[in-house]
Design a protein around this ligand. Structure first.
Ligand SMILES: [Zn+2]
Length: 316
């Protein structure tokens, strides 16, 4: 009896050891399979604890592995950006507001003191923008120091401190993707009708185009505000909403009386003008070059600001 009992007990212990050994072996196999399939070892320790689900053969693990890998995060971000860039939703479209505080867009025609005059591609003559000024208008005593507001929402692509001829100036860039569709189409028609000049009457040392205007993929509307009273109140690369104050009307640079000089140009997206100057002996090569790029290269095509504003008012 006793011997039999001992023999049985011994047999049970041997059987138990054999079974335990086989369980450990199968655990190792599963963890190695997972490791290979996931191509990473973050979960390898914890998978050992969940091994009792022995049905987890490699096909199941392969299916779930893409969600564990960090890869899919990147494409989803890119997708969001694409949606923003191509969206025609009105929620992201910029609204035009008057650049002068207290004035409606419709009233601007009444205070134009010097209209846009197109002198031809490559020429620095004519008048590349529109001037606004008055001595007395309604309840306004003078235009000097009147707050200047950004017409559109966009990114500040230039802030120049008191250099000839623009004086204190700011440029705000608004991508076409943020403009109302009717305005975008109108601007594209204007741009494609333009011709890029081979000659300019302006002195432009070391000047050459860095981009072929025929293959530009993405356009922006650039608006320049010149002769501001004090140092502009914004910084390069900051974002402004339409109606955001960017300075005050002044008389800096080549200006005979306090007025706001506005320029509208269509150009390739993403340009920054850290410096810009001309018509003075102290202008650096880089300042001259940027002025030429902006004014006469044809890459930044000048359009009549009041023409665009009136088109906007008629079609919005
Ligand atoms: Zn002007």
């Amino acid at each position: 009896m006793n011997k039999n009992y001992m023999r049985n007990k011994f047999a049970v212990i041997i059987l138990f050891i054999l079974l335990w050994g086989s369980v450990l072996t199968s655990c190792k196999t599963i963890s190695i399979e997972k490791h290979m399939n996931l191509n990473e070892n973050i979960e390898s320790t914890s998978t050992l604890k969940t091994e009792p689900i022995q049905n987890h053969s490699s096909p199941t693990i392969t299916q779930t592995s893409p969600t564990i890998l960090p890869g899919p995060v990147t494409p989803s971000v890119e997708k969001n950006e694409l949606v923003f860039a191509n969206s025609t939703s009105t929620s992201i479209e910029t609204e035009f507001v008057s650049p002068l505080e207290g004035f409606k867009l419709e009233e601007l025609t009444e205070i134009v003191s010097n209209p846009f005059i197109y002198a031809g591609d490559g020429k620095d003559d004519g008048h590349h923008g529109t001037d606004f000024s008055f001595y007395q208008y309604k309840s306004f005593e003078k235009i000097e120091k009147l707050p200047v507001l950004s017409i559109t929402s966009g990114r500040v692509s230039s802030v120049i401190y008191n250099r000839p001829p623009y004086g204190n100036m700011v440029v705000v860039e608004t991508p076409f993707s943020s403009l109302p569709v009717f305005l975008r189409d109108h601007l594209l028609v204007l741009y494609t009708e333009s011709e890029i000049p081979f000659h300019t009457n302006l002195s432009c040392p070391d000047f050459q185009l860095t981009e072929n205007p025929q293959i530009i993929e993405s356009f922006s509307l650039y608006i320049l505000y010149a002769h501001l009273y004090a140092l502009p109140e914004v910084q390069i690369d900051s974002h402004v909403l339409s109606g955001f104050p960017i300075g005050k009307v002044g008389n800096t640079g080549s200006s005979g009386n306090p007025h706001l000089h506005l320029e509208f140009r269509i150009g390739p997206t993403g340009y920054i003008f850290e410096e810009m100057s001309h018509y003075n002996n102290t202008a650096s090569q880089n300042e001259l070059s940027n002025y030429c790029l902006w004014r006469v290269s044809g890459l930044f095509y000048q359009v009549d600001p009041m023409g665009i504003i009136e088109y906007y008012l008629q079609n919005r």
